[in-house]
Design a protein. Structure first.
Length: 181
């Protein structure tokens, strides 16, 4: 059975990896994944796509190095970025097999202005959502996420994270993508 490690102990992220691999990648049909608390090396609330990707990459590399004989490691990081004065949330996933690193992104969604204002003031997304009265859940990022609250459950954090993971898997083992040690 392949050894898969996730650079986070967040249950939503670990479940997203397992569900995505089992559903779409025959090599990983019986996969399980261990969560490992890997450092992102970035701010608690990444504030750009570059910083979000750096956090995901650091988590994937940290997870890969966490034990011997890892077949595949994932780093998953959600962050915000601004475009035309609007703040968006997005998720980056990095799949790393020790030779190739492949990156995937989720779709992005617009934050309500009241939430964005609190993020601008230095809060992370959960704190900002709670301060804006959008949510009262202290563990918002481990459940449905802000996207689940805003979409009234039509899209939740699990689905958003699975999307980034599935896209990250495109380059795993694919000779069209160069190794990035």
């Amino acid at each position: 059975m392949p050894v898969v490690v996730v650079g986070s102990t967040n249950a939503c992220k670990v479940s997203a990896v397992v569900e995505t691999l089992r559903a779409s990648f025959p090599r990983f049909a019986d996969a399980s994944a261990d969560g490992f608390k890997a450092s992102s090396g970035v701010a608690e609330q990444p504030r750009s796509m570059d910083e979000t990707l750096r956090g995901a990459r650091n988590r994937a590399r940290g997870a890969f190095a966490s034990r011997d004989a890892v077949d595949l490691a994932f780093g998953i990081e959600s962050g915000v970025f601004e475009l035309d004065g609007v703040m968006f949330d997005i998720c980056a996933a990095v799949a790393y097999d020790g030779v190739r690193e492949s990156v995937g992104w989720s779709s992005a969604f617009e934050l309500p202005p009241a939430v964005a204002a609190h993020v601008h003031d230095g809060m992370d997304l959960t704190q900002a959502s709670n301060a804006a009265g959008v949510s009262g859940d202290a563990k918002l990022g481990e459940g449905q996420g802000l996207i689940g609250v805003l979409s009234e459950g039509r899209v939740d954090r699990l689905a958003y994270t699975k999307q980034a993971i599935a896209v990250a898997m495109i380059g795993v083992g694919n000779p069209l993508y160069p190794p990035r040690p």
